[in-house]
Ligand binder design. Structure first.
Ligand code: FAD
Length: 500
């Protein structure tokens, strides 16, 4: 019958498995399912929800456990495009004017600097130090394409320059110490931005490779999670399977389904629950943190050395958020950012290593959320990973102490509620995002993006590099390169069609 014929034709279409239903996996599936040569498509997601590191929750107001901003929201940015097509952004974010603004990083928000001695620091003093830090940081981007760097890391370069400059400062001793303490705050902020424990781990040479698109960073009024929700809804319902953690991707053989004589498949994927799926192509979008922990057993036969080295060498660190809800704000009404300065610290003095005694010192900034009296604190590195092991009550106690110090008011009512992310403990993420670590470079990112088998016209296994810092860059790399190759080779569609 005609129906049987259609079913047989559908069966004969290439089978594609996508592992992971974060933005990369959803984006890949969306592209494939809108193709004329629509494949048999399946998405396997380990957890019970789509979105991965995009995860909105309610906490008095909508809060983002994972990604918060669209960085560089302008035409070239696929996340911005999708979000505006779905009508998820407000008018200001969509305006042509906003899309043209170039800040070259995080925009400056009205901030108040509190110190641990209970005083608010002078805005003039802070501004001078901020200018110094951003000048030095700009310099670190100039080493791109230089054959040699004097020191391996961004952190070492900054400290060397600061040590030089201090000698020329004419301030009194107290001001000097205070300026160093403020600089230390900026070091910790950069750790949050790069998702690293220390800027000494971030490679100096390739630091300038990170390009920013134009556009003033914007957020999703209804939550970032609206984006994966819309993308999920656009896919055929039965194509996404939740609670299906993939244990191993076998790509070295020829596999046959019991029921289907004749047809063989080059890839077999086995889930933790023992269920197996056969496919012509697999698109892997699991985070680098997961690959670092499991790549030796996750891919069989193992990855070629070039890819395994890239996984080992690229950095993947932790940046967590701690949300605190207050009965009453203690900060001034127009303040959008509260920055924390520990006056006894300096980038030129080695930090203490007693996590239990001082983990909370790494939490360096609170974002004031627009609705409710909610603060969102950021904390990166080993201290952040340690924080994940504590109870909510212990976190609340420690931060109440910090806020008492900052305000100089030991009677200030503690926050009503606390909630935090725990990205390092999440078994299918194992951290927050990646960075180019000392010993690696952008070439490692490219090496990971290459499909397998190497140099074959018909790729079987592909990695979508969606774990790399910003979603924008990742989606572009992922869709442009890997999907383009897959679609062009598998269905003879010119790849340009897919790389808009
Ligand atoms: C705290 C935090 C703040 C951030 N802030 C921003 C920001 O403001 N702006 C920005 O642009 N980016 C930000 N990012 C980065 C951004 O969230 C990520 O780059 C992006 O979401 C990655 O998408 P992805 O699809 O590659 O990976 P993920 O979203 O991690 O998706 C991977 C999916 O694979 C699943 N998976 C893993 N292992 C398996 C397995 N074995 N089998 C099946 N499924 C598996 C996971 O459960 C997950 O759903 C932030 C990230 C964090 C953690």
């Amino acid at each position: 019958s005609a129906r049987c014929g259609m079913e047989a034709a559908a069966e004969a279409r290439p089978r594609v498995l996508v592992v992971g239903a974060g933005l990369a996996g959803l984006g890949a599936a969306q592209r494939l399912s809108s193709s004329r040569a629509f494949p048999n498509l399946r998405l396997l997601e380990s957890t019970g929800r789509a979105g991965g590191r995009v995860y909105s929750q309610r906490f008095g107001t909508v809060v983002e456990i994972g990604a918060h901003w669209i960085h560089g929201p302008s035409k070239e940015n696929p996340v911005f495009q999708l979000a505006s097509d779905y009508g998820l952004l407000d008018e200001e974010a969509m305006s042509e004017e906003n899309q043209k603004i170039e800040v070259g990083g995080h925009p400056l928000l009205p901030a108040v600097f509190y110190s641990n001695t209970g005083r608010v620091l002078s805005p003039e003093l802070v501004e001078g130090v901020r200018n110094l830090f951003s000048t030095l940081l700009d310099q670190t981007r100039e080493f791109l394409h230089m054959p040699q760097v004097s020191v391996p890391s961004v952190g070492e370069y900054l400290r060397k320059e600061i040590a030089q400059q201090v000698k020329e400062w004419t301030d009194d001793d107290e001001t000097k110490w205070l300026k160093l303490a403020i600089l230390n705050t900026y070091f910790k902020l950069e750790c949050c931005v790069s998702g690293t424990h220390s800027m000494d781990h971030v490679a100096l040479g390739p630091f300038g490779e990170y390009a920013m698109l134009p556009g003033l960073d914007c957020t999703f009024p209804g939550g970032y999670g609206g984006l994966p929700d819309c993308m999920l809804t656009s896919l055929p319902k039965e194509s996404v399977l939740f609670h299906k953690p993939v244990m191993v991707v076998r790509w070295g053989g020829s596999y046959r389904e019991e029921s289907q004589e004749g047809r063989t498949f080059p890839v077999q994927v086995e889930c933790e629950d023992g269920e197996r799926f056969l496919a012509d192509h697999v698109i892997i979008t699991v985070p680098l943190g997961f690959l670092k922990e499991h790549h030796e057993t996750f891919i069989d036969p193992p990855l070629p050395p070039r890819k395994a080295d890239a996984i080992r060498q690229l950095g993947f660190g932790t940046n967590n958020k701690i949300f605190l809800e207050f009965e009453q704000p203690f900060w001034p009404p127009d303040c959008q950012l509260i920055e924390v300065v520990w006056e006894d610290e300096s980038p030129l003095v080695e930090a203490g290593t007693d996590l239990q005694a001082s983990w909370f010192r790494k939490l360096i900034v609170f974002l004031v959320l627009q609705y409710g009296h909610v603060l969102c604190g950021f904390i990166a590195g080993k201290e952040s990973e340690y924080m994940e092991t504590l109870s909510d009550a212990a976190v609340l106690r420690a931060l109440t102490d910090v806020i008492h110090k900052l305000t100089g008011n030991p009677h200030l009512a503690p926050p009503k509620k606390v909630m935090r992310s725990q990205w390092h403990s999440a078994p299918y993420t194992r951290g927050s995002y990646s960075y180019v670590a000392v010993g690696s470079s952008g070439d490692d990112i490219d090496a990971l993006a290459q499909p397998l088998p190497e140099d074959a016209a018909d790729p079987r296994v592909m990695a979508l590099l969606s774990h790399l810092g910003t979603v924008a860059k990742e989606c572009t790399v992922a869709l442009g390169r890997s999907l383009g190759r897959l679609l062009s080779s598998a269905w003879e569609v010119p790849w340009e069609v897919w790389c808009t």
